[in-house]
Design a protein around this ligand. Structure first.
Ligand SMILES: Cc1cc2nc3c(=O)[nH]c(=O)nc-3n(C[C@H](O)[C@H](O)[C@H](O)COP(=O)(O)OP(=O)(O)OC[C@H]3O[C@@H](n4cnc5c(N)ncnc54)[C@H](O)[C@@H]3O)c2cc1C
Length: 408
């Protein structure tokens, strides 16, 4: 039996980027909104820290960019692809995306903390930490709320619409019986951080090799974040073989990693990201909607997971406002979010698959050929077009004017 009940217009399960943006937009438009976050705070590492021009464009569209820019961040200007010591290609983000000429490095605790600071100024916004949604409440085929464990006690939240922004392992998706249309897990990224040498440029670098491919990115405030792109489950194999095997792999990499390799004693420095992609067949049920990674998890290729999740959250804010106004919370009404976003998300996932299949996981026999083909490809306008499609929004999100002129 629940200890108490709370009533709101919209209950959002999950205080990640999608849930926080959705919560702010709904509360700002006058809907009573409660965000549930199972953790005690926003502390998390190696999660969605690079925010590509798409994100900047969206935040400008909803009027939140100038506010966010006041929080600590780095601006990244260049992308480079290197094979051995050969610079295959160097791209200026300003040339790919003149309308938003940089990527932001903003750790998620800072991003989410900033959004929460804004939420605290809105009377209709509420967020509960240490609130783990356990199950959905359903009546006559419509979701009407969630059972929540709040600080160890059961609470019932009643809501006109319940949104699952609870990420790739979504409870709402599971409890609501949403069907997954496609799912894949092709590789893992083993992340770790090292000190950033003085004068290191604001450049994201991808290193291709005939062995392990890897990424090195400036990390706020003074580190480099490095990611080894490995077949799925490789960390377990490294652990079976012992730390020496990983040290050897690192010594084959760029010299900047060698001091870290020399000091390496155990696996505690590594954080494994499983590169999963998934797409839920139908994102809506009566009274319930999946938004962000819970509906469509993207691969890490292009570092656009946050942008894609937030894009769906902004569109969802528009659709939910209209649904509540029309007093129609049916799946058919809420389907509008998928109708607007589904096609673009599928295209993005397809491009991400092409990047990883072609560039990173080419068959062994072709590994030497890939850099040469890429070098030639980079000389054509096709690459710029591909990058724009992945990193830049073609046009503003199709949302009501009222959402674009919110005064935060
Ligand atoms: C290691 C890693 C690195 C990444 N790097 C990048 C990057 O550089 N750039 C980029 O754009 N994307 C990146 N991504 C992807 C990006 O983090 C996600 O696409 C994005 O965070 C999705 O946002 P979301 O709000 O949908 O879900 P999430 O960020 O996953 O948020 C879900 C939230 O729901 C909470 N939650 C879950 N279950 C419950 C429950 N039952 N009750 C209450 N709360 C719950 C979780 O604690 C979490 O806070 C990365 C992902 C990972 C895993």
């Amino acid at each position: 039996m629940p200890n108490s009940t709370r009533e709101v217009d919209v209950c959002i399960v999950g205080g990640g980027p999608a849930g926080m943006v959705l919560g702010l937009l709904l509360a700002q438009q006058g809907m009573k909104t409660l965000v549930l976050e199972r953790h005690r705070n926003f502390d998390r590492e190696f999660r969605g820290e690079v925010l590509m021009p798409r994100f900047v464009q969206m935040f400008r569209q909803i009027g939140l960019f100038d506010f966010l820019e006041k929080y600590p961040h780095l601006k990244l200007n260049n992308l480079e692809i290197i094979f051995k010591n050969w610079h295959l290609a160097k791209f200026q983000i300003a040339k790919i995306a003149p309308e938003a000429p940089f990527a932001l490095w903003m750790p998620q605790p800072i991003l989410l903390g900033a959004l929460y600071d804004k939420g605290k100024t809105l009377p209709n916004f509420d967020l509960w930490f240490n609130a783990s949604a356990q199950d959905l409440i359903e009546e006559n085929g419509t979701v009407t709320g969630v059972q929540v464990e709040l600080n160890g006690k059961m609470v019932e939240v009643r809501s006109r619409i319940t949104v699952g922004t609870d990420g790739r392992a979504s409870m709402v998706r599971r409890a609501g019986g949403f069907e997954t249309e496609s799912e894949s897990h092709n590789f893992d990224v083993m992340w770790f951080a090292i000190p950033r040498p003085e004068g290191y440029e604001q450049t994201v670098r991808a290193f291709l090799s005939t062995g392990i491919n890897y990424l090195i990115l400036p990390k706020y405030p003074d580190l480099l974040q490095c990611g080894l792109i490995v077949p799925k489950g490789e960390m377990i194999r490294f652990k079976e073989k012992g730390i020496e095997s990983l040290r050897k792999a690192l010594f084959k990499a760029y010299a900047i990693l060698h001091p870290f390799a020399a000091e390496l004693k155990d696996f505690s420095h590594f954080n494994v990201l499983q590169a999963r992609m998934s797409f839920v067949k139908r994102w809506a049920k009566n009274g319930c909607l999946l938004v962000g990674d819970s509906a469509h998890t993207c691969s890490p290729a292009g570092a656009i997971g946050v942008s894609v999740a937030v894009g769906s959250a902004i569109v969802a804010a528009d659709v939910i406002r209209k649904a509540l106004k029309a007093n129609d919370v049916s799946a058919e009404f809420l389907d509008q979010v998928q109708r607007i976003r589904g096609m673009e998300v599928r295209e993005i996932q397809k491009m991400q698959k092409e990047v990883t299949d072609g560039l990173i996981f080419a068959p062994r026999a072709y590994k030497w050929l890939v850099p040469f083909l890429f070098y030639l490809f980079a000389k054509t306008p096709l690459l710029r077009q591909f990058q724009r499609k992945l990193l830049v929004m073609k046009e503003p999100l199709p949302i009501d004017q009222s959402l674009q002129s919110l005064h935060f």
